[in-house]
Design a protein around this ligand. Sequence first.
Ligand SMILES: *Cc1c(COP(=O)(O)O)cnc(C)c1O
Length: 473
Amino acid sequence: MVATPAHRETAVAADIPALDKMLDHAAFASALARHGRTELTLMLRSRLDRLRAQIVAGSVERTMLVPERIAQDIAEELETRHRPRLRAVFNLTGTVLHTNLGRATLPQAAVAAVVQAMTAPVNLEFDLQAGVRGDRDDLVEGLICELTGAEAAIVVNNNAAAVLLMLNTLANRREVIVSRGELVEIGGAFRIPDVMRSAGARLVEVGTTNRTHATDYEGAINPRTAMLMKVHTSNYAISGYTADVDIGALVEIGRAHGVPLAVDLGSGSLVDLAHWNLPKEPTVRETLAAGADLVAFSADKLLGGPQAGIIAGRVELVRRLKKNPLKRALRVGKLTLAALEPVLALYRAPDLLAQRLTSLRLLTRTEAAIGAQAQRLWPALQTALGDAYEATTAAMASQIGSGALPVGRLASQGFAIRRHKGRGSLDRLEAALRELPRPVISRIADKTLWLDLRCLEEVDEAAFAAQLPLLRP
Ligand SMILES: *Cc1c(COP(=O)(O)O)cnc(C)c1O
């Protein structure tokens, strides 16, 4: 069908095959079956247009117009175009709960529940006992109360939404007192003063950056005060000459003046991490037991669940949160609730949690186990790197991440990769790692590229090693 005169090598415009004939050529059959006629026509038309322009420039060889050749080029183009933008990566940054890499990875129990909620109708807002309309928060409220000692709880899109909802419901056009030592910015656009403004609340700052006292709060209370708020300084630590007011003391001040205390706990652990020799974080239960009226925390940080924000606390305050029209805008979908319920349920067996909850399992991997893994993987890695780079197994420190425990570090192991005899380039290597079929995310510091193996679980080890020969450093 396609004329390919034998007497010349360089193509002329007349050599370009007709689009319709091309589509019916056997070389396009599999692309047609996979992508359909509409998309293939678009791709083919733009390919032929480009070839036409190149022919005018006199740079096209006849062989490039053979249908098989064009079909192959288009198949490659289609593959790139259809590759999902959201992809699985290997997180070897050393930060376990990495916000840019999607924070907590979920345990299998959650995966099964999400698949079910995606593929079957579910009782999202339907009371199966009474046969009437229900409330989606009821699905997890009981569990949250059981695990935290709260009277009531609701779930919203994330912790930023939780803080916004608390402020807008309880302090719209009124004042909220916060210590100057707690006016945090969480990565991205969450800054306490900005959230206050968006919620319609007026921020009253008290104390100083390093020291705030009970008298500072007391002196700021007036009839316009709607609440006291304490914010976990998630991603930084102030050390040296410091003072802050603990929850118990703030509760007393609030009660004396009839003002509730809300706490933005940030990461909000449900269990005492000290049990696993991890740095201590305040738990939601402790915070409520100390008298906080409402506590807001993320579900995808230390809790290890899907992205969501939870507010737990006094029933009459939670009831008001539920009635705020903003709640409708900030609520979570069925997939989030499907994932959250089984994750929360794992906390009923705290003794088994470090095996079952993915994030805790990663945080509690021992340096010895990670080191043994580094030994196993080293030969394949060094071979893949070639002689421009030198990899050594090395001790390093992982971070928990997501603003939890900013100064706590976990002893870990992995690889330190350096250029060999001035050859290679760490930036190039870092990019080459990202170009692997399942991109590997690393970290460069001190003229060294670091691969922390803490988050490479043993089940993924073979897949990691299998793609190393594809590395083009
Ligand atoms: C992480 C964090 C937030 C924001 O939580 P998201 O779940 O990311 O919306 C708010 N406050 C504190 C103290 C945090 O640590």
